[in-house]
Design a protein around this ligand. Structure first.
Ligand code: HPA
Ligand code: ZN
Length: 332
């Protein structure tokens, strides 16, 4: 088996994907039409042309605009189901999906509508595609602490359906410290914790995510390389980083893929994983991300297997399930 065949054959877990970032233009047009909502594009080609980003914020502006056509439970179902079919194609057997309730509740959509649609698709994927999933609710960090507290309140009745709480949106100027108290409350309620840190922000934000939010994983975290002491800590604790190569390229976190540090992070003993982030906006799903780093960084078969093993090690599934998938990878 060559490396490209190995990438396809590996069972993989996805740990960093925003469901609103899987919204393909074709589906966006279809849902906009049935909901009678105008979108500022004439064609799918025109939409794709708009996906030329200079930084995180220029992407977020378009990402939040796209999400506005999602109104009904069925819309959230269709969005999620389309993503889960992509998982099936890429042999992603487990996924931990982020959703941003504030993007929807701020437009008057009920929290329950969002969650019910996503959950129903996840249940169907378990039955029909044998894909397991967890949900992680994210706070939008450009909004206030008070609004995060309100969102946490809304999630409490769904404690059994939501495994963790995360932090996303505009990073620079909105450090983890801003949300220390609301994450303490989330931990007390029994949620696992993740946070975007060290994507555009500095290594200092990764320290804050570890020490103030007490995260179980860091999302992105690529700027940790600026700080050797932090690198040692991440390696020693096997603190997972959910790295998103095509995202980093599209948002100009790296100038070209050959400069991406994922291989160096792996070689320094960090538990790095590969993820798609917002695949409809960044040019590819899980296997596209693997192929992009394989081509740019000349990864070996052992590197590719290690990345897939890390994805299960870093996941929130139970130890028995982890072992089952890791044994399968080692047998390839
Ligand atoms: N970073 C921060 N917020 C986000 C991202 C991201 O890559 N994608 C969707 N929301
Ligand atoms: Zn992200």
């Amino acid at each position: 088996m060559n490396q490209l065949e190995l990438i396809r054959a590996l069972p993989k877990a996805e740990l960093h994907v925003h469901i609103e970032g899987t919204f393909e233009p074709e589906l966006m047009f279809a849902i906009a039409q049935r909901n009678n909502i105008e979108i500022p594009y004439k064609s799918v080609a025109e939409v794709k042309q708009a996906y030329n980003f200079q930084n995180l914020q220029s992407f977020l502006d378009i990402y939040y605009a796209g999400a506005k056509v999602l109104i009904h439970e069925q819309d959230f179902y269709d969005l999620t189901w389309a993503y889960l079919e992509k998982c099936h194609e890429d042999h992603v057997v487990h996924t931990e999906i982020f959703f941003d309730p504030q993007t929807h509740t701020d437009r008057g959509i009920a929290f329950k509508t969002v969650l019910d649609g996503i959950l129903r698709a996840c249940q169907d994927a378990k039955e029909k595609l044998s894909i397991s999933s967890h949900l992680i609710m994210c706070f939008l960090r450009h909004l206030s602490e008070e609004e995060a507290f309100k969102t946490l309140e809304q999630a409490l009745p769904y404690k059994d359906q939501i495994i963790g709480i995360g932090l996303d949106s505009s990073e620079v100027g909105n450090p983890p410290a801003k949300f220390e108290r609301v994450f303490a409350k989330a931990r007390e309620a029994g949620f696992l914790i993740v946070a975007h840190a060290g994507e555009e922000g500095p290594a200092e934000y990764v320290w804050q995510a570890l020490d103030l939010l007490k995260v179980n994983r860091i999302d992105h975290g690529v700027s940790s390389e600026q700080d050797p002491v932090l690198m040692q800590r991440l390696a020693k604790e096997r603190m997972p980083l959910t790295v998103c190569p095509l995202s980093n390229l599209k948002l100009c976190v790296v100038d070209d893929m050959q400069q991406h540090n994922i291989k160096r992070l792996l070689e320094q003993g960090l538990c790095v994983t590969v993820n798609s982030d917002d695949p409809s906006y960044f040019g590819g799903y899980m296997n596209d991300n693997f192929v992009a780093i394989y081509n740019a960084l000349n990864l070996s078969a052992d590197d590719l297997k290690k990345l897939a093993i890390n994805s299960f090690e870093a996941s929130f599934i139970d130890e028995k399930e982890k072992k089952k998938w890791i044994d399968q990878i080692n047998a390839l």
